[in-house]
Ligand binder design. Structure first.
Ligand code: BG6
Length: 488
């Protein structure tokens, strides 16, 4: 990899400390950073390089999955960080930054590249991109790239405006939009699993699949993010991005040797084939929920409206479940049930594929739970794949008995999402980043739901903290004779 300067806006923030510095450290350990690599951290406060380096060191010690030893190598890693105070609105500060970048580039070989990582609120994205262009920071000898994180807008019009602004300074292929779910190792495996195993490839359609359930369940509540979350809700915070990305990654049918462009094109066609929702059918497809007081793992927790910073009459969604349909030849007729919620019973992200009942007419089994053929992908916190197959009960030969084929690995040992995403961005591989087309189509699909929530045209269902969500979400599946699997 060629010489690169990694310009980090928001260098003193929480995301940088918890995710970005540990990710860079682990990439460094694995020899995956460019030989000539300089990080310039930017923030409002007037730190010296030494103070900044000490905070990077502390962040790595606290949050890295692999512990840092006080070696000469570690010192070398920490010394590749410099600090530059910058006020996001001040164009002179960008000129000073340019001088600093040029000073480091003068000591680098080849045609040095610049990666601009915006670890700041989305309200600053456009101003920063404008200033990068106006100051000359965008005129690089090598490549330039912009890395940003969700949220990309608040709804369809604001996302379109934001994209139009960013496009003035960066082209689409220079923009890397992080959705950290796309960095989860099991999500990255879905494509390969399906593509390189005929046993899965053959089954991957409405011919054999009855329904698919995608769940992201969290035990945490609104935490310290009341100001953000109360305006966003589960629909914008999780559904429009992470949940729809998982849906796309699961349902892709890729040709052999697909390029990143093909992957993104196929993802786009999935969203284009999603049956649109409209005012009259939303209530039958979407369940909106909010947690009330309850208990999680023996600990009493407050209701959403009693959380600090949340108004007592908030109608915000902390839970969303929806039934989606993909109108294409592979998936027509297969319901995709997607749900996500805060303050649920357990923390997990999981995809369950339920196959059709092969022997429905002939089986003597009395318990329909026992004849489900399931493929379960555990996404996080642990990774796993379980195949639940029907077999005969040796004690009672009239009956089926499930057997399980299991793979599990400890999620803590796998590279973190940010490691592989930063590595891909440095390498110019956009496969696991959200293309603007996906972002725009996701907002388009979600927009009627946002409207229905805003004008309260569908009910808000309450669920006690520590439960599996509102009963209405069970009814959503029951209408088709399905039920959520593995809810304990
Ligand atoms: C973030 C959301 O994008 O994802 C958070 O803003 C949520 O509200 C988090 O808690 C969940 O991520 P993970 O990786 O813990 O499932």
């Amino acid at each position: 990899m060629e010489a690169t300067t990694f310009v980090l806006f928001g260098a003193t923030g929480d995301l940088a400390k918890r995710k970005i510095y540990p990710a860079l450290y682990n990439l460094f350990l694995d020899g995956k950073l460019p030989q000539e690599f300089r990080v310039i951290g930017l923030g409002r406060r007037p730190f010296s390089d030494e103070t900044f380096q000490a905070s990077v060191e502390h962040a790595v010690h606290t949050f890295s999955r692999r512990k840092a030893e006080e070696t000469a190598e570690f010192k070398q890693f920490v010394q590749s960080f410099s600090y530059c105070p910058l006020n996001i609105d001040n164009s002179d500060d960008y000129k000073k930054l340019l001088q600093l970048v040029q000073q480091y580039e003068a000591g680098m070989s080849g045609t040095p590249n610049r990666m601009f990582y915006l670890s700041v609120g989305p309200e600053f994205f456009a101003t920063i991109a404008d200033n990068i262009k106006a100051s000359g920071l965008g005129d690089t000898k090598g490549w330039k790239r912009l890395v940003i994180e969700k949220p990309f807008g608040h709804d369809l019009p604001s996302a379109q405006q934001l994209n139009a602004k960013l496009s003035k300074s960066f082209s689409e292929d220079e923009i890397y939009r992080i959705d950290h779910y796309l960095g989860k190792p099991m999500i990255q495996k879905l494509e390969i699993l399906q593509q390189s195993n005929p046993v899965l490839q053959a089954l991957w359609s409405n011919r054999y699949i009855s329904n698919v359930q995608i769940s992201a369940s969290e035990t945490v509540g609104v935490e310290e993010r009341a100001g953000y979350y109360d305006h966003v809700g589960a629909i914008r915070d999780m559904f429009q991005n992470h949940m729809l990305q998982m849906l796309m990654m699961l349902t892709l049918h890729l040709p052999e040797n697909s390029t990143p462009e093909v992957v993104r094109f196929k993802k786009k066609t999935i969203l284009e084939a999603l049956e649109p929702l409209h005012r009259d059918n939303i209530a039958a497809h979407v369940v909106r929920g909010q947690y009330t007081a309850g208990s999680i793992a023996g600990k009493e927790v407050a209701s959403y409206t009693n959380e600090p910073g949340i108004s007592s009459d908030s109608m915000n969604d902390t839970y969303v479940a929806a039934k989606l349909e993909i109108d294409d030849p592979f998936w027509r007729g297969v319901p995709f049930y997607i749900r996500t919620g805060k303050r649920m019973k357990e923390k997990y992200t999981r995809i369950i594929v339920e196959f059709k009942e092969a022997f429905k007419q002939t089986t003597k089994a009395t318990d329909s739970n026992q004849i489900a053929n399931l493929l379960i992908f555990e996404i996080s916190p642990n990774e796993g794949i379980t195949f639940q197959l029907n077999s005969r009960d040796p004690q009672n030969k009239d009956q089926f008995k499930p057997i399980y084929i299991d793979f599990h690995s400890n999620g803590a040992e796998a590279p973190e999402a940010y490691e592989s995403l930063i590595h891909d961005a440095l390498n110019g591989d956009p496969t696991f980043f959200a293309h603007w087309d996906e972002v725009e189509l996701s907002w388009k699909w979600v927009q009627p739901i946002l409207n229905a929530f805003a004008d309260n045209s569908i009910p808000l269902h309450y669920y006690p903290a520590g439960s599996n969500g509102p009963a209405a979400a069970d009814e959503l599946l029951a209408k088709n004779g399905h039920h959520w699997w593995l809810d304990s």
